[in-house]
Design a protein around this ligand. Structure first.
Ligand SMILES: [Fe+2]
Length: 363
């Protein structure tokens, strides 16, 4: 057996992780920039970070939008560099603040770069220290090297194994308890997509398979129960655990075609990322036509569509033939196709979008 596994992030996992381990966070530097959104004030995570960093120099950027545009990165950098030199950038929230933090950490450390150079990993090798603290359960960004930004209306990921993995991830499920039903579903489905895509990926290894299978089993078993009992700490913890495992999977395998397909529904129709991606998984599994895809189908009792029906997924959007034609062109050049089993020519991609329209957009 030959394989590589690289995940250099220190994971500090458990309820109260930030405050119980405040000395580890404090030891990273003197000047901290916290990148977050509004929800970190409601779920208690920002209070914990500020308490942990008492006496340190802390600046806060708290208006990170969903699907952050690339233009935001230099704006944040110029807003926070004139007062002091930042040592640590903390991404606190869902995927958007964490991915923004990674990009800001690179650009602050490499002020000579044009922001689009983030996508050329040969142009930089360093970043400010990155700390990620997820407050949703799904993105897994706290244990990956990836940052996904919106570039010219398209979601595009960059990464650099030398410097974009977080130094530390503090993973505390208790921040997710206040999430509403819709966000709980869409983020958990992102984790499911990471696990499933990673499991059937041509880049999968026996080690990523173990992590992916454990993540899928947890989501299959505990997401429906969590939706019936949203304040259950035990179910919240199971989904957070699955999300982190699935993040470790894609840090090795990358995502596959369902992510490339789903990005279009997010940028053009405003569908949340995890939901937009997961609806393509049944098609991807069938088109893969591999033994591993059959294993996944069996885990979901033969039909992922039934699982989606049980948790109540529906899209309130119209998809036109013109939309599909435009999206197929975009996906046909996506790197994700190379690691996805099965053929993905123009006809197959068109079929994928039409199937999703038939299954989720009908009256
Ligand atoms: Fe994702």
């Amino acid at each position: 057996m030959n394989m590589n596994f690289f995940m250099p992030t220190k994971v500090i996992y458990g309820k109260g992780a930030v405050l119980k381990n405040r000395e580890i966070l404090r030891s990273l530097g003197e000047h901290f920039l916290v990148i977050t959104g509004k929800s970190s004030m409601k779920n208690g995570s920002l209070d914990d970070v500020l308490e942990a960093l008492e006496g340190k120099y802390v600046r806060i950027y708290d208006t990170t939008p969903e699907n952050p545009p690339i233009e935001l990165i230099p704006e944040i950098c110029s807003e926070f560099t004139d007062t002091t030199d930042i040592d640590v950038v903390i991404g606190l929230g869902g995927g958007s603040p964490m991915d923004t933090a990674k990009a800001v950490a690179v650009l602050l450390d490499n002020p000579q770069l044009n922001v689009r150079d983030l996508y050329d990993a040969t142009k930089y090798t360093s970043a400010k220290k990155i700390v990620c603290i997820p407050t949703t359960a799904g993105t897994g960004s706290e244990v990956t090297q990836f940052s996904v930004l919106t570039v010219d209306g398209r979601k595009m990921g960059f990464s650099n194994n030398k410097c974009t993995f977080p130094t530390i991830a503090f993973v505390d499920y208790s921040y997710t308890i206040t999430m509403g039903r819709e966000l709980t579903i869409s983020t958990a489905l992102d984790a499911l997509s990471h696990a499933m895509e990673g499991y059937i990926s041509l880049n999968a290894t026996p080690l990523t398979d173990v992590l992916a299978m454990e993540a899928m089993k947890n989501i299959k078993e505990f997401l429906p129960r969590l939706l019936d009992d949203p304040e259950s700490e035990y179910y919240r913890e199971r989904i957070m655990f699955a999300s982190m495992l699935a993040g470790m999977v894609i840090a090795q395998t990358s995502t596959t075609v369902a992510h490339a397909l789903g990005y279009n529904l997010t940028t053009d129709k405003g569908i949340k990322h995890g939901l937009a991606t997961a609806i393509f998984l049944p098609f991807e599994l069938r088109n893969a036509n591999t033994e591993k895809a059959e294993t996944v189908k069996a885990l979901f009792d033969g039909s992922l569509y039934r699982f989606y029906e049980d948790i109540g997924i529906k899209l309130n959007i119209d998809i036109s033939d013109d939309d599909i034609e435009k999206w197929v062109k975009i996906v046909s050049t996506a790197s994700h196709i190379r690691s996805t089993p099965g053929n993905y020519d123009i006809d197959t991609l068109t079929e994928a979008f039409k199937e999703v329209r038939d299954m989720f957009c009908s009256e």
